[in-house]
Design a protein around this ligand. Structure first.
Ligand SMILES: [Zn+2]
Ligand SMILES: [Zn+2]
Ligand SMILES: [Zn+2]
Length: 225
């Protein structure tokens, strides 16, 4: 079933009360149990409201939306020229961009997160300096990185990437942290620890308040059967 995360970011915390007709906000709040006021919904494929059959890409646990695939895999499939879906599902990586499990730089031993071309910012620079050769041919010529993480690990414990020089998170978590308005580092780290790596997440904070409430209310009602 659908589970809810990051309870510290609750509904309406960021909303002015005046946005709702008098009394409506209170009524709606009363109708939604506290655990359903969470900001991030993790949608399981068997969720009665948002679920559907699981994505064709085996280990991907997101609900299928288009052509038997989750949105992310459908996008990749489309970008690859819409090959045979069964073949695509069998060969493509289940991991997707923006996933909880972010990938490290393709250079052996480098633990920084990827920023482009499968490389971290340092290695992307080196690759540019080398006149942008074919990456697969260039990679084996790169010396293996043997030094430990220069700035430590990303503070999100479940994240295995190296922290960046200025912000104590990997590139991906640093980006989310900046987007979230640079909250307390420890609190942010804990909140992101609670978000599982699998399943489709709907970040309710990016939705307009009314739509957000509608989703929360319907997932609440669905849970009541
Ligand atoms: Zn998928
Ligand atoms: Zn690197
Ligand atoms: Zn991280």
């Amino acid at each position: 079933m659908t589970t809810l995360h990051t309870p510290e970011h609750t509904l309406f915390d960021d909303e002015p009360a005046t946005e709702y007709p008098t009394g409506l906000r209170e009524k709606l709040m009363a109708a939604v149990r506290p655990e359903f006021r969470s900001a991030v919904l993790v949608v399981a494929p068997d969720d009665p409201v948002f679920g559907s059959s699981p994505c064709l890409v085996g280990p991907c646990e997101r609900a299928a939306r288009l052509h038997g695939m989750c949105i992310a895999h459908h996008q990749r499939w489309d970008a690859e020229g819409r090959p045979d879906t069964t073949e695509f599902a069998a060969h493509t990586a289940s991991q997707i961009r923006g996933d909880g499990t972010m990938m490290s730089c393709a250079v052996a031993g480098c633990g920084y997160g990827r920023t482009g071309h499968g490389l971290c910012i340092t290695h992307v620079r080196q690759w540019h300096l080398a006149d942008r050769p074919d990456i697969s041919a260039w990679l084996p010529t790169c010396p293996t990185v043997t030094t430990p993480a220069p700035h430590g690990q990303c503070r999100v414990k479940s994240c295995e990437l190296w922290a960046t020089a200025r912000i104590p998170f990997c590139v991906s978590h640093a980006q989310r942290w900046r987007k979230a308005g640079r909250p307390d580092v420890a609190e942010f780290a804990v909140a992101h620890e609670q978000t599982p790596h699998h399943g489709e997440t709907i970040d309710l904070l990016v939705l307009p308040a009314r739509l957000r409430l509608e989703i929360q209310t319907s997932s609440h009602l669905a849970s009541l059967g």
